[in-house]
Design a binder for this molecule. Structure first.
Ligand code: FAD
Ligand code: NAI
Length: 328
C-alpha cells in the first residue's frame, strides 16, 4: 500500500504542491477548514454576484508561473483584466495607466483553485488542530476530535501564524514560522443600483485609510446587475480597527471612498465586510519553502516567498520539489 502525503490548506500554495506531487506519481490528501478551495483567493457568493474580496488580480514574472498562467488561459480559467487605473495621493486623483498585465480568474477569482482541484482527494470543512507522529507515520487530529492518517509526509500550506502550532513536531520550522508577522486587511464591497459616474476601475491609494479600490464588475465575466466596488483598507487602519463592528467598518470606508472618488456616491443598495486576519506577511522572505526532511515535514505559502499569488504558487512548487528530492 502507498502511504499518501497529507497537505493542510487548499489555497493556491497547497494546490500547487498537490499538483506537482500528483504529477510525480505521489498520492496526496488535502485538508481545508473552509467550505471550498482558494483561501485568500476565494470569492464570496452574494446577492450582488460573486465578489473577489481577497486577491484582486495577480501578475506573473517568474517564467514557471508565466507558463502556468498560459495553461490557465488556454483552459479559460483566467483572463487579463485591463482596468482604467488611477492613483490617489494627498487628495489628488490622477489617471495612472501602465503596461502591466494583470490576471484574474473567470468568472471569479476562485475559478483558478477550483480548476486546480481536478481529481485530487480533498476534505473540506476540516480544521486540523494537531500533526503528530505515530511509530512510523504521521497522523492529523481535527477540531471535531477525528484523526486522519497514516501519512508518509506532511505539507503545511497555511498562513504562518496558523502553521506555527501545526509545526510543533518540527520545532526549528515552528520557530521560523512564529517569527513571521502577518498583517490584517479589512475588505468591504459596496453595490450601487445606478452606475457611479466615474471612469475609474481600479485605484492605488496612498496616505489614506484605503489602500486599493476596484470596480468588481469591470473584471471579465462578472455579474453586471449592480455596480460593485471592492475597497481594501491599509494594514495600519485594519490593525487599528481590528475589532470594529462590520457595519461601522462599512460606514467608515464608504465615507473614505465617497470623498476620494470625486463623484456623487449614493447609499449602497448592498454592502458586505470581511476581515482578513492574516492577509499579508509584514516583511519579505526568500525561503521558497521550509523543510525538515528527517521528519518529513514541509511548510509553504506566500509568507515563504513574496506575499502574492505568484509567490504562493511558487512556494508550493518549491515544497513539492524539495519533498520529492528527499524521497528514498
Ligand atoms: P491561503 O490562501 O491563505 O490558503 C491557506 C488555506 O489553508 C486556506 O484555504 C485556509 O482555509 C486553510 N487553513 C488554514 N488553517 C487551517 C487548518 N488548521 N486546517 C485546515 N485548513 C486550514 N496577491 C496578489 O498577488 N495580488 C493581489 O491583488 C492580492 N490582493 C490581496 C488582497 C487581500 C485582501 C488579501 C487577503 C490577499 C491578497 N493577495 C494578493 C495575497 C494572496 O491572496 C495570497 O498571497 C495567496 O492567496 C496566498 O495563498 P496561500 O495558499 O499561501 O494561503
Ligand atoms: P502590481 O505590479 O500591479 O502592483 C505593485 C505595486 O506597484 C502596487 O501596490 C502599487 O503601489 C504600485 N503600482 C503598480 N502599478 C501602478 C500604477 N499603474 N499606478 C500607481 N501605482 C502602481 O502588482 P503585484 O506586484 O503583483 O502586487 C500585487 C498587489 O496585491 C499589490 O498592490 C499589493 O499591495 C496587493 N496585495 C494586497 C494584500 C492585502 O492584504 N491587501 C496582500 C497581498 C498583496
Amino acid at each position: 500500500m502507498t502511504v499518501p502525503i497529507a497537505i493542510i490548506g487548499a489555497g493556491i500554495a497547497g494546490l500547487s504542491a498537490a499538483q506537482a506531487l500528483q504529477a510525480a506519481g505521489q498520492t496526496v490528501h488535502i485538508f481545508d477548514k473552509g467550505r471550498g478551495s482558494g483561501g485568500r483567493m476565494a470569492s464570496k457568493p452574494s446577492d450582488a454576484g460573486a465578489l473577489d474580496l481577497g486577491a484582486q488580480y495577480f501578475t506573473a514574472r517568474d517564467r514557471h508561473f508565466v507558463e502556468q498562467v498560459r495553461q490557465w488561459f488556454d483552459q479559460k480559467t483566467v483572463e487579463a483584466w485591463k482596468p482604467q487605473l488611477y492613483n490617489y495621493r494627498d487628495g489628488v486623483l490622477t489617471p495612472s495607466p501602465d503596461e502591466q498585465i494583470r490576471w484574474v480568474g473567470v468568472p471569479r477569482m476562485s475559478a483558478i483553485t477550483r480548476g486546480m482541484l481536478g481529481d485530487l482527494d480533498v476534505s473540506f470543512g476540516c480544521r486540523i488542530t494537531e500533526v503528530f507522529r505515530g511509530q512510523e507515520y504521521w497522523h492529523l487530529q481535527d477540531a471535531e476530535g477525528c484523526s486522519h492518517g497514516p501519512f508518509s509526509r506532511v505539507v503545511i500550506a497555511v498562513p504562518a501564524p496558523q502553521a506555527t502550532p501545526l509545526l510543533a513536531a518540527a520545532p526549528k520550522l515552528a520557530g521560523i514560522a512564529a517569527g513571521v508577522q502577518m498583517e490584517p486587511t479589512w475588505a468591504v464591497a459596496l453595490g450601487f443600483a445606478e452606475p457611479l459616474n466615474t471612469q475609474m476601475q481600479g485605484c492605488f491609494v496612498q496616505n489614506s485609510p484605503l489602500d486599493w479600490l476596484a470596480q468588481n464588475r469591470s473584471k471579465p465575466g462578472r455579474d453586471k446587475r449592480l455596480d460593485t466596488w471592492v475597497l481594501h483598507a491599509t494594514s495600519h487602519w485594519s490593525r487599528q480597527h481590528i475589532d470594529l463592528p462590520k457595519d461601522q467598518v462599512i460606514d467608515q470606508l464608504w465615507g473614505e471612498f465617497a470623498e476620494l472618488i470625486g463623484c456623487v456616491v449614493p447609499a449602497p443598495t448592498f454592502s458586505v465586510a470581511h476581515r482578513w486576519l492574516y492577509a499579508r506577511p509584514a516583511g519579505n522572505h526568500e525561503w521558497g519553502s521550509l523543510a525538515d526532511p528527517d521528519q518529513g515535514v514541509y511548510a509553504c505559502g506566500d509568507w515563504c516567498l513574496s506575499g502574492r499569488v505568484e509567490g504562493a504558487w511558487l512556494s508550493g512548487l518549491h515544497a513539492a520539489k524539495r519533498l520529492l528530492s528527499h524521497f528514498d
